[in-house]
Design a protein around this ligand. Structure first.
Ligand code: COA
Length: 391
């Protein structure tokens, strides 16, 4: 649509709003790269800590750099006691994303400020947020189950420590590896909605805590990161592979969407879905129950079949959130926590984007076309009508 010479692209589709050297999404061919490394190479080989280094410092670390980063992450995992106490006073029914967003914002209350009273927005604040996010999710997981939170361990990986803090015991190596790869796959994705929100906030010179809080708020909707939890709810509702096709036909018949399917950028299957599907299969063998994995497979097949019947050239394929559901579910994580786990991976990308924005900042302030009433005089209250019609 074009008004007064301005072009309006609903949802900013196809609009280039900035540049980044962090990641590249090639939607037509289904390729995702972080600083030039293909996730097909990274997912089976790199750890999340290596990706954090790649994104924040610009290169894959040598051994000494990786050790230093791991030590810093490990030393920053503990939460301020008043925030743990605050979580203990939250209603146990509170949604995990609400708790995470609130406590992340609350961290700024306990962070150092410079002589102007401003929080530091540097790489160490970024590492602090990456380190603490899983601690918050794990602490709330236990508190809402009526259990005491477990202190983090500095010697574990980000993934291993989360699973340890949640369960109170060390995870199996397969479980730690699965969550680590999940974090690798989720770490960055160019100017997705939450990352863009983080960059908009940072462009006003809001600090890293505020910018990450904006990103978390934007992640939670089910058209974005909330789709992971929604995809899990769908799997539960479908119940078994035999019900998948009927579920899809009924849902599409009601005009609903299949959660975890479709993507603004990818017009082929999301490259992350392949790795997550393989991981879901491996985990299902590990837990000795392939029911959730098989149901997800059947749901994907049925979705493709029915969507193609409706429109043979449709480009709605499984996205990253689709196989997140069986992976996190087989790790024993409850479905309403999935979006928080997404955030624990994506916080690496958010903070790297915030620092990239600050390094070459200009306020992000787009335009809109105006389609409200034509200008008119102020109407005194005694001359107004209840329905707003101007006399
Ligand atoms: N199930 C069924 N139909 C879908 C669909 C889905 N998951 N995703 C998109 N469509 C359909 C829409 O109904 C629309 O059909 P229409 O043209 O007949 O009205 C068409 O595809 C385009 O949808 P639109 O919302 O304009 O595309 P988009 O680029 O804005 O959508 C998403 C991208 C991700 C928001 C969308 O695919 C979606 O809602 N997916 C489900 C939620 C999800 O998994 N989100 C996580 C993304 S990583």
């Amino acid at each position: 649509m074009s008004t007064q010479g301005l072009v309006v692209d609903r949802g900013l589709e196809g609009v280039v709003v900035g540049h980044t050297g962090l990641s590249n999404v090639e939607g037509a061919v289904g390729r995702l790269t972080y600083r030039g490394y293909d996730i097909d190479d990274l997912a089976p080989n790199a750890t999340f800590e290596e990706i954090v280094h790649l994104l924040l410092y610009g290169h894959l670390p040598v051994a000494a750099e990786l050790d230093r980063l791991k030590r810093e992450l490990g030393s920053r995992r503990s939460l301020p006691e008043p925030l743990v106490n605050a979580m203990q006073n939250v209603p146990k029914t509170a949604w995990p994303m609400d708790v995470l967003r609130t406590i992340i914002s609350g961290l700024s209350l306990f962070s150092p400020v410079n002589s102007h009273g401003e929080h530091l927005s540097d790489v160490h604040t970024a590492i602090e947020l990456i380190a603490k996010m899983p601690s918050i999710v794990a602490a709330w997981d236990r508190i809402r189950r009526g259990l005491d939170p477990v202190e983090p361990r500095a010697d574990l990986s980000q993934a291993g420590n989360f699973l340890y803090m949640r369960a109170g015991k060390l995870p199996h190596q397969i479980e730690e590896q699965a969550l680590d790869t999940y974090f690798v796959l989720l770490a960055d994705h160019s100017y997705n909605a939450s990352t863009f929100a983080a960059r908009v906030a940072a462009s006003t010179r809001a600090d890293v805590y505020a910018s990450v809080t904006a990103a978390l708020a934007t992640l939670q909707g089910d058209l974005h990161g909330g789709a992971a939890s929604a995809a899990h709810a769908t799997l539960v509702e479908v119940g078994s592979p035999a019900n998948a096709e009927k579920y899809v036909r009924d849902a599409l018949g009601r005009g609903e969407r299949i959660m975890g399917m479709g993507h603004r950028e990818y017009k082929v299957r999301d490259p992350r879905a392949r790795h997550l599907e393989a991981m879901a299969r491996k985990l299902s063998e590990h837990v000795g129950n392939s029911h959730t994995y098989e149901t997800a497979r059947a749901l994907e097949e049925a979705s493709r079949k029915v969507l193609q019947e409706k429109k043979p050239d449709n480009t709605i394929y499984a996205n990253v959130d689709f196989y997140t559901a069986p992976v996190l579910s087989d790790l024993g994580i409850p479905g309403d926590e999935f979006t928080c786990l997404f955030a624990c991976g994506r916080v690496a990308g958010w903070t790297a984007h915030i620092l990239e924005q600050l390094a070459d900042n200009r306020l992000i302030r787009p335009q809109a076309t105006y389609d409200g009433p034509i200008p008119g005089p102020y109407v005194p209250i005694e001359r107004r009508s209840a329905n707003g019609v101007r006399s």
